[in-house]
Design a protein around this ligand. Structure first.
Ligand code: LLP
Length: 392
């Protein structure tokens, strides 16, 4: 989606510097074509099986992105009442909405029940009890699955690994059978599925297969006990190419990994909850060089992209590639590319070889479409960056 034409960076057929001048920086720019092709990779990858692609709104809940995904038939994975509202506003079919998260409040549960969503992925027994109670009050039957923690290591960053013991997510694998049995006796609960989400930015699919093997054993045991699980939710987590050496696998390969275990079930529906792999590489954030300076032996390129705009480097030490918007033959230096926020962790890139751009020149940070604008704040009383979707 990004290319240089006559040394100028373009998103699709639109010049990045023109957009940056017109709308001001920092500016999030998304490629509509790339979002569509990322979504279609899931549709095609899972096309021969009964499946629902539930886009994880937390990655980017921009209204127009959601409308686009709704028009392509996407469902949604939500984690709050706010996300439910956004999914409904964008026209996402409630029968394709799954509700994850460890701390759903009573008000949020009520809202989801009234909206008739597909299912709750309950993350504790107390949550299931609360859903039952609220469903009773509303004279409804709530469809639930339990999010089961399969205790596999997704080999990703410690902040985004969720499928290991000792995290707050899901119910313990060893406890799951008993929890299902007890929940199946609740009058206003209908058990419809089983869910696991093992982490994010996963580049090797072995953990998905290991998780599927464990979950499958549990499904068999539950079915023997008469507890049906129509939906198998495999969570999200596919990685994207932040670095040159990253080799992300495709949705088709993900299907292959999980179906090597689940293909024996003919009557089940597979749910996938991708976030990052739908929008991550479809977005950039642009900014401008404000000042350059050298302190001690370190060069700094100070820009107007702060950690309030893109917190991933500061929070996870995440790598994002940075490009000059106009290709240049200017001298390359090794510098920290930083923001204007009063925190030493306010950086975009550390010790990066980069042309020593002039004040005012534009830069673009790649792979900022997921967990960029969605995690932005007004810290230091800065304005939240605008967003533009490019169509051609
Ligand atoms: N489903 C559940 C239950 C999740 O918790 C998540 C992400 C997803 C799906 C989507 O995962 P994805 O396909 O995007 O990997 N802020 C961090 C990522 C946190 C992910 C949280 N859960 C980052 O910027 O790397």
């Amino acid at each position: 989606m990004l290319k240089y034409v006559n040394n100028e960076l373009f998103v699709e057929k639109t010049s990045v510097s023109k957009l940056s001048k017109k709308y001001g920086t920092p500016l999030y720019i998304y490629s509509q074509k790339k979002i569509i092709s990322n979504f279609n990779a899931y549709e095609n990858g899972f096309k021969n099986i009964d499946s629902i692609i539930c886009y994880a709104l937390k990655a980017n809940s921009n209204h127009n992105i959601l409308r686009l995904l709704a028009s392509l038939g996407a469902g949604a994975d939500i984690v709050s009442g706010g996300e439910l509202q956004k999914a409904l506003d964008a026209g996402i079919n409630p029968q394709k909405i799954v509700y994850s998260g460890v701390g759903k409040t009573s008000a949020e549960i009520e809202f989801a029940l009234k909206s008739d969503i597909l299912m709750f992925n309950a993350e504790s027994f107390e949550e299931a009890e609360n859903i039952d109670k609220i469903a009773k009050k509303l004279k409804k039957k709530a469809r639930i699955s339990f999010r089961v923690n399969p205790d596999v290591d997704a080999h990703t960053h410690k902040h985004i690994t969720t499928g290991k013991f000792g995290t707050k997510f899901g119910v313990m694998y060893e406890d799951a059978f008993e929890l299902y049995t007890n929940a199946s006796k609740m009058k206003n609960i209908e058990i419809v599925g089983i869910d696991s989400h093992i982490g994010s930015q996963i580049l090797d699919f072995t953990p998905f297969k290991l998780a599927a093997e464990k979950i499958s054993k549990l499904i068999d045991k539950l079915e023997e006990a008469g507890i049906k699980t129509k939906y198998i939710d495999i969570g999200g987590g596919l990685g994207i190419k932040y670095k040159k050496e990253d080799k992300p696998q495709t949705p088709a390969e993900l299907k292959k990994a999980v179906m090597s275990v689940y293909s024996k079930y003919k009557d089940k529906v597979i749910i996938v909850e991708p976030g990052r792999s739908i929008v991550g590489d479809a977005g950039i954030i642009t900014g401008q060089v404000i000042y350059r300076k050298t302190t001690g032996n370190k060069n700094f390129i100070i820009t107007n992209i702060g950690m309030n705009d893109l917190i991933r480097p500061a929070l996870y030490d995440a790598y994002h590639n940075v490009l000059p918007v106009k290709k240049t033959s200017k001298k390359q230096v090794v510098a920290d590319i930083v923001g204007p926020i009063c925190e030493s962790d306010d950086f975009i890139a550390k010790d990066r070889k980069f042309p020593l751009l002039e004040q005012g020149e534009f830069i673009a940070v790649e792979c900022a479409g997921a967990y960029g604008r969605a995690m932005a704040s007004e810290y230091n009383s800065r304005k939240i960056a605008e967003e533009i979707i490019v169509e051609d």
